[in-house]
Write a protein of this length. Structure first.
Length: 483
């Protein structure tokens, strides 16, 4: 082979490599940790509540393409469609769909060379069928599935109304930006008899505030609904300086929604300290042995799907600097004393036998069940080290407003830090708000358990040494070994 022929061959190989990269973007998808979390959840209804330009629609387009083609990556832990399927992609209007979700799935229809250069590989696109009315808008695209057959993706606009979402049985729905409640309900109904039952996922920035659709996810009260929040600080395609510049460019009343994916609530949020300023990344192994520990508990009740959960917050205290570090915070749904103690034991088997637990005044009431004793005593009987009396400040008061003010001051001067991975805790932090001047007692369980612990900080205890016999202090005998 001549040198010229070798050069031509090399150029052809390079051109082919460029084409394979250009027309198989799906294979190159490298999601951020928050996007992976969103994809991996197997609940029937999922929401990615995210800031603007953080990659939410990009993530939705890649998931839709995975389902339509069946070309799931090795890291995929979410639901799979093992045969050809039918899906809907919903958006605000035809123009918006064309310029966002359709472009990210298929490419720009205005440019023949662009078709197949986005989420759906060019080799998998069997046919694109244009819609009427909006130039270059598709009605649907036919996609080859890896296991045979043709998947169908239809594009549907909210502005057309609920009627356009009726009738058909489909396998999945991706809604980009928040739909009206009636359209959301209709979409969910359409998947009742799909391959995997009800299956719907939403990617949106909550600029409309706390609507019914948003509330059902952000409240955390409904089973089968999962919220993943992704802020501008969770992505890597901006530098820190760019992030700050972007956030500062937003109108102040829209910053939380556009930067952090947090709906505007009531008269305003209670805690306004930037999350980045209160997060810490310490491991449980980073805390010195001379820092005492304490837990706070807010009691839940009921065994129904929407029952109030129990919430626990665990912290340690650097007494030299008066800085508190929260290292765990979690819910126990459908709680009983046995399941709550069991969860604490499972998560912290080395702590349940000695860490003091602060609790609210309403747990002094009788349990109301067949077992005798107060709610606090029943938890103590399961091995939890409940404080002798309910949480109060050193002066004996237990004002909610005083507790909130204490937390707020600690946030502002850097004396209260929260582990960055505690998503449930931060979701409540973002949603904690007032209406008519009063704190809204809704989805505030972890805020409450944190407040009880901080109010009772003086009772924090050092972890006992293995060689020492642990002796209970004077605050004892609630339940079978409490303080």
């Amino acid at each position: 082979m001549s040198e010229r022929a070798k050069l031509i061959q090399k150029i052809e190989i390079l051109e082919e490599q460029k084409k394979r990269i250009k027309y198989n973007k799906l294979k190159q998808y490298a999601p951020y940790s928050k996007q992976i979390e969103f994809h991996s959840i197997k609940e029937s209804e999922r929401m990615l509540g995210a800031g603007n330009q953080t990659g939410k629609t990009y993530a939705g387009s890649r998931e839709a393409a995975f389902h339509a083609t069946g070309l799931y990556p090795d890291w995929w832990k979410g639901t799979k469609f093992t045969k050809a399927n039918v899906g809907w992609v919903g958006g605000v209007s035809g123009e918006v769909i064309r310029d966002t979700t359709q472009k990210l799935l298929v490419g720009r229809m205005q440019d023949e060379d662009s078709i197949g250069s986005e989420a759906i590989p060019k080799s998998c696109i069997e046919q694109t069928v244009k819609a009427l009315g909006v130039k270059d808008l598709l009605d649907h695209v036919k996609v080859k599935h890896v296991n045979g057959g043709i998947s169908l993706i239809f594009f549907k606009s909210y502005e057309k109304g609920r009627e356009k979402f009726q009738g058909e049985t489909i396998d999945w729905v991706w809604l980009d930006e928040e739909p009206p409640q009636d359209i959301y309900s209709e979409c969910l109904t359409r998947t009742n008899k799909g391959q995997n039952g009800q299956f719907i996922f939403i990617t949106f920035t909550p600029l409309k505030g706390m609507t019914t659709v948003a509330y059902d996810f952000y409240s955390g009260e409904k089973e089968h609904k999962h919220l993943t929040t992704m802020t501008i600080y969770d992505v890597d395609h901006y530098t820190d300086a760019e992030k700050e510049s972007i956030v500062n460019s937003y109108p102040e009343h829209e910053r939380e929604a556009r930067a952090n994916g947090v709906p505007t609530v009531g008269e305003g949020r209670i805690f306004l300290t930037n999350e980045a300023d209160i997060k810490h990344s310490k491991s449980i192994y980073d805390y010195p042995s001379w820092w005492p520990h304490l837990a706070g508990q807010d009691f839940g009740y009921g065994q129904s799907e929407n029952s109030h959960p129990t919430a626990l917050t665990l912290l340690t205290w650097d007494r030299d600097t008066d800085v508190i570090y929260i290292y765990d915070a979690f819910y126990v749904k459908k709680p009983t004393p046995i399941t709550v103690a069991g969860m604490l034991r499972a998560r912290h088997p080395d702590k349940i036998d000695w860490i003091p637990v602060a609790w609210p005044h309403d747990a002094m009431k009788a349990s109301g069940g067949n077992e005798k004793g107060t709610v606090a005593e029943l938890h103590g009987n399961q091995g939890m080290q409940m404080l002798q009396s309910h949480a109060t400040f050193e002066n004996g008061g237990n004002s909610v407003e005083a507790g909130v003010l204490d937390m707020q001051q600690r946030f502002e001067d850097g004396r209260l830090k929260v582990a960055s991975h505690l998503d449930d805790w931060f979701n409540e932090y973002r949603m904690y708000h007032r209406e008519d001047g009063k704190i809204v007692k809704l989805r505030d369980d972890l805020m409450a358990s944190t407040r009880y612990a901080i109010m009772s900080l003086r009772f924090a205890e050092l972890e006992p040494r293995d060689e020492d016999e642990y002796e209970y202090n004077e605050y004892n005998e609630v339940g079978s070994g409490g303080y």
